[in-house]
Structures are given as C-alpha cells and as structure tokens.
Design a protein around this ligand. Sequence first.
Ligand SMILES: NC(=O)c1ccc[n+]([C@@H]2O[C@H](COP(=O)([O-])OP(=O)(O)OC[C@H]3O[C@@H](n4cnc5c(N)ncnc54)[C@H](O)[C@@H]3O)[C@@H](O)[C@H]2O)c1
Ligand SMILES: O=C/C=C/C=C(\O)C(=O)O
Length: 488
Amino acid sequence: MQHATFKTKSINCRNFINGEFIDAIDGKVFENINPATEEVIGWVAEATREEVDAAVQSAKAALKGPWGKFTVKERSLLLRRIGDLILENVEELAALETIDTGKPYHLAIEMDIKRAAHNFHFFADYVTSLGNESYNQDNMALHYSVTRPVGVVAMINPWNLPLLLLTWKLAPCLAAGSTAVMKPAELTPMTATRLVELCQEAGIPDGVVNLVHGFGGNSAGAFLSEHPDVDAITFTGETKTGTTIMKAAAPTLKKVSFELGGKNPTIIFKDSDLDEVLATTLKSSFTNQGQVCLCGSRIYVERDIYKEFVEKFVARTKELKIGDPFDATTDIGSVVGKEHYEKVMGYIQIAREEGGNILTGGGRPATIDKGYYIEPTIITDLTDQDRCVREEIFGPVVTVLPFDTEDDVISRANDTNYGLGATIWTNDLRRAHRVAGQIESGIVWVNTWYLRDLRTPFGGMKHSGIGREGGAHSFEFYCEVSNVTIKL
Ligand SMILES: NC(=O)c1ccc[n+]([C@@H]2O[C@H](COP(=O)([O-])OP(=O)(O)OC[C@H]3O[C@@H](n4cnc5c(N)ncnc54)[C@H](O)[C@@H]3O)[C@@H](O)[C@H]2O)c1
Ligand SMILES: O=C/C=C/C=C(\O)C(=O)O
C-alpha cells in the first residue's frame, strides 16, 4: 500500500493567511504528537491575536475581490477540482490523518478522506441546482428571493474526523460564495494544512480560505469567536465549548451553527435480526475507537434477548484487533491523545465505582506498552442514573441495559439533555415509524447506522446542537436571503 511512503511523513504546520504560509511570530509553536507512538512528529505555529485578525481581514477583503465576482458555475468548477485533488492525494492525506489521530489507516481512507472529497463533489453539484423562491401575489405584486454570501465564516473544528468535518463546512461555505477562517483542533493540524495547499493548487483566490492554528481559550478559537468582523461561526465540538463560543459571539450577534456532543441510544427489539444487529452494533460502538459523535454508546436490549445479545456482542468484541493503525488488519487504533486517554480511563474507573460489570476490555491492551490504546469495553449492570450512562465518554466504551416495553425504552432513551443520534432495530414496520417519531434526536437510523445522504438535514437538538448541515440546510447558514417585492 502506498502509505508506506507516507507512514513516517509529518509536516510542520504553519498558519495560512491571504494566500501564503507565514512563519510563527516569536517562534510561538507547540508540539504535534502521534498518539499511537507518543512520538513528537513536528511543530505547529500558534496564531497570535494579530494573525487571527489578519486572517479575518483577508477573508473580508476577498469578498470584494475576484472571489465576489465568481459565478455559481465557476465556484462549482473550483469545488469539483478541490474534490479531485483530495482524491489524487488520498493516501498521503489518510496517512497524515492516521498519524494525527491514531485511527486505522484503512478507516481514514474510507471514512475520512474519500468522504472529504465527496463533500466537495456533492456541493459542487448541489449549488448548481439551487433556485430562488418567487410568488405572484394576486397579480398585485411579484416577490422573489435573492441570496448573497453570509460573509466571513469562522470554522472551529474537532479532532475526531478532522478533514471530513472541516470539508463538510468549507465546501458549502465556498459554494455559497462566503469566505473562511479555519481553525482545526490543536491535536490534528496536518490534513487542514495540506488542504489549503490543495485549495491553492485548485486556484482559489488569495484570502478566500485562511488557516489559523491554536487552542480555544485565550488562543485562536476565542480570538475568532469574539472577532467583530466574523459574520458567522460554525463549530463542531463539545457542548460546553459551544456555550463558551456562544457567549463570545453574542455581543456581535453572529450567526451560529453548532454540532455538539451526544449520548446516543441504540434500541434493539427482540424481533430484529440478531446477526445483522451484532455486525452493525460493533461498528456503531467502536468505529474510530468510539470517537464519533454518532456512536451508540447506550445500548438498550429487549429483555427476552438481552442475555443472548450480550454473550454474542462480548464474543465478537473480543475478536477486534487492537494495534498499529497502519496494519491493514487493525480494527482499533489508539485514542487521540494522552488527555483524552486519561478522560476515558477515568470513566471506566467511575463505572467500576458505580457497580458496573466490565464484561470485556476495561484497560489498555497488555501487549502494547506505547501509545494511547484502550481496549473496546462493554459495561453492564449500571442504572439510567449512573454517570457512564448519562455522560458522553467519547471512547471505545458502551453500556448495555435491558428494557421491557416500548414506552419504557422511549422514555429512557429521551431522558438526556443530548439529542443527536439514535439507532432502532426492529422488523416491525409500524413500530419502527412509531418509535422513530418519538425519539428526541436530530438523526434517527432504523436497521442501520451512519448511512449518510448529504441532502438530508444533519444535526442535533437540545444540548447536541443548533441548526442543521447538509443540502439546502447548509446554504441557509452560509447565505443571507433578501425578499424583493415588485408592485405590479
Ligand atoms: N455533533 C457533531 O456532529 C460532532 C462531530 C464531531 C465531534 N463532536 C463532539 O466534539 C467533541 C470532541 O471534539 P473536541 O474534543 O475537539 O471538542 P472541543 O470542544 O474540546 O474542541 C473543539 C474545537 O473547539 C476549540 N475550542 C476549545 N475551547 C474553545 C473556546 N473556549 N473558544 C473557541 N474554541 C474553542 C478547540 O480548539 C477545537 O478546535 C465531542 O463532544 C463530540 O461529541 C460532535
Ligand atoms: O463525530 C461526528 C460525526 C459527524 C459526521 C458528520 O457531520 C457527517 O457525516 O456529515
């Protein structure tokens, strides 16, 4: 596999402002670490407040430059080219993503990088299909809508699906004619850095896409959130971070799009196909080491099949291979870093203290002494009030609980401040529709998991988010709409 040439590749990450990479001011850099080996792989320039301001001013100026005169067709062609360039560099980008995150390389290829290209290709097509509303009011007046770019968009991104989620924001932003200042998570700077090079190669005008590295509070994240010339903020990350960003953005009344945390229920009725359930539930529990906001970490199983499910689920989980992310047979890589490793291990200890029964996993693999690896862990015998059933752990840790009735499980599934995703397993068509309509989540899958159509509304309710991404929903955020009325 090509990745052998990229396996040891790493890139020092600089800020990209107004079409050029700039060196760190006063040598203000921080280390980038490979979580699977604990090795320092390079440095990252931390943007100063002045550099964040320069990036925002560049993005603002670009709106009035050549970019502001691009037609929809020209923007569409540019997006398609960027998507093509991502595919042409898929192995290098996947290697960088693997080195930054510890996820298996084959997962980075299929889940992260190919999807990043699809994000650009999808919006390259979708933007050309957009029309405008118009109404003839009793032959007295003609109304029609006019859209314009929302302006300068700050993109503050998480570390779990770095390029997937960054391009999920950047592609529609550019399709809409807006401009961007991107801030990747401090733990995963490399693919964002490589992306701006590809944008340059595709011919994007200077200032349209800018990149500032750094942290949250008192760093690039906060500087962007409070900047008066940022018109909109799209943020994906923890719920508590979302509230901080919202407070910072409030004084200048910025438009916000938030994709936040989740504690997603997987509900398994006894009439479901158990083999199909097990195959998919392994994925919805442990994909990307459980570091996917949509992972179903609360598994409710109808009591009649609870024992059989648990036995088979544990057996299959024990077969998952933990190890070198670049090994093609690896199922579970390392989690993203030391701090997150300690957070997840802390929750496993809490589960023990809450009286949980750890049926498999529960620690680091005995055979691996380097890297932030955690065994896929299944916990039973907890109650709905226990912290490991209520709080987002965001690691390879799931709790399994029995339920007796449909009303009981719906009530328990909804008993949370989160409302992001849910998966329901049943072959009863009426029950599938009935239960799906009562689950308080923005995304409900029936007999599947993480099956995505980018035209659909994507996002969470309650403390899992504000707004939706996908298809026309993305343009509602990255555009402003005016209604023009002509008296006839
Ligand atoms: N709903 C979704 O679609 C979705 C997708 C992926 C991840 N997530 C959530 O993200 C979390 C994991 O990602 P994470 O640990 O990177 O989240 P995080 O909130 O710690 O950080 C996300 C980003 O916010 C920045 N940030 C942190 N504090 C900030 C502040 N005060 N002001 C401005 N920016 C700040 C960080 O530097 C990073 O770039 C989990 O809760 C997961 O559920 C949600
Ligand atoms: O970790 C969260 C995953 C988010 C996925 C998407 O936003 C998507 O598939 O569009």
